[in-house]
Design a protein around this ligand. Structure first.
Ligand code: ATP
Ligand code: MG
Length: 574
């Protein structure tokens, strides 16, 4: 038996070694097919534009090493087709082999069967093509039969996603190509709304910090971040106990922290510029109407808010909470508000008295201060919620209240700037968490966030929504989310919601459902030329120092710019 094997090995020395590479440790000569970059994976043997290509796997390639989501390139005669691996299959040419599998312990049999009678098939979705003139274009055709398919090389990735520059920011590496990087077009990212989706613990907050770092570093937009869990401003402790830096620490002169809960910010040593206070008198019935779902308000209660404001003026909330008998009688006698409705509304609004950021007295206008930071100083603002982050109704009240007013100011400014472009405010991105609560189909057409998502970039305000349950977001709003960054989702409805409206979405379904549970995401839409799966860039010491180097360089170059402007008598105010 042994003799026989040796003889066989003598007869077929090379091919036998190739097929056996994982088992045989004959490291004397490295296998040229495997080591030559880029690796040839196989040849196209079928497929269609709508369903994707079928690729017969090279016998030297092991199916085990190919994960869905991998980025592969078909080298056609005149074009390169950039594709995503969407499915893998084991095939045989003779069905009988399934009834009588060969003995794969036998190296010779393994060599004979593998890749010929038994072989792997890849399904790849073509997403984009680059022809001789070098410009990426949407795919409108497919390659010929037997065209070769390769793993993507660094050059391939750069040809599609561009080099990192003042507009492009590295957010991670394509799957299994960790020496390369995916650079996101930040200008395109911020000009439409963005969604970051994924189950709990998949790395949404980390990824959002990376995206925001890029936007701030490259000055693509200023951000207003409603920081529900104190994730973005200052130091945060990650799941494994390390503490990671907040945006204020990375960009001390570009980020301002403000707080709703001074005690919490002080306890965490987070330096804040001011604490946000809102006077009862500034809250309008429209602000209360946004809380319908979360505060369980009836339509009658919301109507009552309008009636009370009409009769009592701006002081209506304080007066309702005081609940003096003659006041209540007056309302029930002279209006059509029922006593039960009034009592119900009063009970629901009672929680306002426990929220320290609300005040019976007039307060200095936080909206004006925030707008000053955003537009005059071009700083991003992180609003820390402290302990109020656990109260969804408080989060929604404040986020709606501030966004409505800031958006109104932006609309005014942008309209004014049509005559004088120097008045144009910087692009603003508003970041909200638990977005489905603000954007569910019942309220999306009224809330300010629904309005912002739908009006696109007209008024230079867009959203970055972070959410675990994208299926809860109104379909129309979802269709306006330009760039979708999606970590693992396992609920079918959430997966469908995220893929709705994306070209070739059905083939991405498998990929999305099989992402790692952490630090992997698929990015699709406006900011990338084609969907791509990435291993998210690590948010760690290396990241901080890269940002610091970049910041120092900007400060130096900014200094020179300023000198030039002043030297040439430019009218830029300093
Ligand atoms: N880019 C990254 N760099 C370093 N660590 C990461 C990264 N992404 C994720 N992690 C790790 O994964 C953990 C969970 O990530 P994160 O807190 O961002 O999840 P999440 O999706 O925001 O969860 P939740 O929905 O509960 O808020 C982090 O504590 C961190 O340890
Ligand atoms: Mg989070």
């Amino acid at each position: 038996m042994n003799n026989k094997k040796e003889n066989m090995a003598e007869w077929f020395p090379q091919s036998a070694n190739k097929q056996n590479s994982p088992k045989t440790k004959t490291s004397t000569s490295s296998n040229p097919v495997v080591s030559a970059p880029p690796t040839r994976l196989g040849v196209v043997v079928g497929g269609s534009l709508s369903k994707g290509l079928v690729v017969k796997l090279e016998s030297a390639q092991s199916v085990e090493n190919l994960a869905v989501g991998r980025y592969v390139v078909v080298h056609g005669a005149e074009k390169r087709f950039f594709c995503m691996l969407t499915d893998i299959e084991l095939n045989t040419t003779t069905p009988n082999i399934q009834n009588d599998p060969p003995n794969m312990q036998d190296d010779f049999l393994r060599a004979v069967y593998s890749g010929t009678i038994a072989y792997g098939t890849l399904y790849v979705a073509p997403m984009l093509s680059i022809d001789v003139d070098g410009a990426p274009k949407p795919v409108k055709t497919i390659p010929n039969h037997f065209t070769e398919v390769y793993n993507a090389s660094e050059q391939d990735v750069n040809d599609v996603f561009g080099q990192e520059d003042e507009r492009h920011f590295n957010i991670g590496a394509p799957l299994e190509l960790e020496q390369t990087q995916i650079n996101l077009d930040l200008k395109r990212l911020v000009e439409r709304s963005v969604g970051v989706f994924g189950k709990s613990g998949t790395g949404k907050s980390f990824l959002t910090r990376i995206l925001l770092s890029g936007v701030i570093a490259r000055q693509a937009a200023v951000n207003l971040i409603f920081d529900m869990h104190n994730d973005y401003g200052w130091q945060v402790t990650s799941e494994n106990g390390h503490s990671v830096k907040g945006l204020r620490q990375l960009f001390p002169d570009k980020v301002t922290i403000i707080t709703l809960d001074e005690e919490s910010s002080r306890r965490r040593d987070a330096p804040y510029d001011f604490s946000v206070k809102i006077a009862y008198a500034d809250i309008t019935p429209e602000d209360i109407a946004m809380l319908k779902g979360t505060m369980n308000l009836t339509d009658a209660m919301i109507d009552a808010c309008y009636t009370l404001q009409k009769r009592w003026g701006d002081n209506w909330i304080a007066r309702l909470l005081d609940g003096r008998v003659d006041d209540i009688d007056e309302i029930t006698e002279h209006t059509n508000v029922m006593a039960g409705t009034l009592a119900g509304l009063q009970r629901r609004l009672e929680r306002f008295e426990r929220w320290g950021f609300l005040s019976r007295e007039p307060v200095t206008d936080s909206v004006e201060k925030i707008i000053h930071f955003l537009t005059q100083q071009e700083r991003s603002v992180v609003l820390e919620f402290g302990r109020y982050g656990n109260a969804l109704d408080a989060y929604m009240l404040v986020a709606n209240y501030l966004s409505r007013r800031i958006h109104a100011e932006y609309v005014q400014r942008v309209e004014k700037s049509l005559g004088d472009s120097s008045l144009e405010p910087p692009q603003l991105m508003i970041v909200i968490e638990e977005a489905h609560k603000f954007l569910d189909p019942m309220v999306a057409d009224q809330t300010i966030f629904g309005i912002i998502a739908r009006e696109l970039r007209k008024y230079k305000v867009t959203l970055l929504v972070v959410d675990q349950r994208p299926s809860g977001i109104d379909e129309e709003v979802m269709s306006q989310i330009g760039t979708r960054v999606t970590a693992l989702l396992d609920n079918e409805r959430d997966i469908s919601a995220v893929l709705n409206g994306i070209n070739g979405a059905s083939s991405l379904r498998e990929v999305l459902a099989r992402l790692d549970t952490k630090q992997q995401a698929i990015i699709m839409g406006h900011a990338v030329p084609m969907p791509v799966v990435i291993k998210n860039r690590a948010y760690d010491e290396v990241f901080y120092s890269t940002i610091a180097i970049e910041r120092n360089r900007n400060v130096r170059e900014g200094g020179e710019d300023m000198r030039n402007t002043l030297g040439s008598g430019g009218k830029k105010r300093v």
